[in-house]
Design a protein around this ligand. Structure first.
Ligand SMILES: Nc1ncnc2c1ncn2[C@@H]1O[C@H](COP(=O)(O)OP(=O)(O)OP(=O)(O)O)[C@@H](O)[C@H]1O
Ligand SMILES: [Mg+2]
Length: 234
């Protein structure tokens, strides 16, 4: 993202945000509620057009391309809320994820399904269940699995651990670590600063729509100011 100004109804929320996620890198964005994290992600994935600035995917300027166009170029997104079709089965959700980007080269459906379910053993046993009947943690897994079906090169996750118990959040981040290790580039917004930065290469602190800090995740975790502001001073 280069000098992105974006918001709603003509009112800017992001005031000139520039950031880069390297190929294969995991970047985690943290910041207080309302600081513009979801707005940043919606702009990155093409659901919100910036007032000014540019979005690049690889070497291509995709600022004028909507979310479907960016998905066809290998960008997948799991929103903070309403990220599964609740009245469809788990298998149907994964099928939609696969078929949505039909113009994208990827493995055959059965092979892809198998590879994705290897990451999420808990949902393999529940393929015929309605997504809306699953627990919050299982639903989050279905959302991530559906996003992975088209074999994206970049995966954007908005607050993957929201609403999960500490134990479930840790399990989910263990899976995120495996996704990262498979070479997928990750852009993650995470309210659990310790967990998010612990899984990241780099971290960004967004405050009031501006990047306050952009540094190696380990440095941010070791920074007493960050600890004080976002880790409850622990
Ligand atoms: N669709 C919208 N229309 C108008 N204002 C919006 C809309 N979505 C978000 N906002 C406003 O933009 C600001 C930033 O919201 P955003 O959702 O980006 O924050 P966030 O950092 O993701 O917060 P949280 O940690 O609570 O998820 C807030 O003041 C919010 O009220
Ligand atoms: Mg948000």
């Amino acid at each position: 993202m280069r000098d992105v100004v974006a918001g709603y109804g003509g009112q800017p929320i992001l005031h000139g945000v520039s950031l880069a996620v390297g190929t294969g890198e995991t970047l985690v964005v943290v910041g207080p509620n309302g600081s513009g994290k979801s707005t940043l992600m919606k702009t990155a994935v093409g659901l919100l057009s910036p007032f000014s600035g540019h979005i690049l995917l690889g070497d291509a300027d995709v600022t004028g391309l909507g979310a479907p166009g960016r998905a066809a170029r290998g960008l997948a997104y799991v929103p903070q809320e309403a990220n599964v079709f609740r009245n469809m089965t788990v298998l149907e959700n994964l099928t939609v994820g696969y078929e949505f980007t039909a113009d994208r080269a990827r493995a055959a459906f059965a092979d892809r399904l198998d590879a994705v379910l290897d990451l999420f053993p808990e949902i393999r046993a529940r393929l015929r269940h309605m997504a809306g009947h699953l627990s919050g943690g299982q639903r989050q897994m279905v959302a991530m699995a559906a996003a992975l079906m088209p074999q994206p090169s970049v995966l954007a996750l908005d607050e993957p651990s929201a609403g999960l118990s500490p134990r479930n959040a840790e399990s989910l981040f263990a899976i995120i670590g495996r996704i990262a290790a498979s070479g997928v580039t990750l852009l993650i917004i995470e309210q659990n600063t310790r967990l998010g930065l612990g899984a990241a290469d780099r971290g960004i602190v967004l405050v009031s729509g501006r990047i306050r800090l952009d540094a190696p995740a380990a440095d941010l975790l070791a920074n007493p100011d960050i600890r004080h502001l976002y880790l409850g001073g622990a």
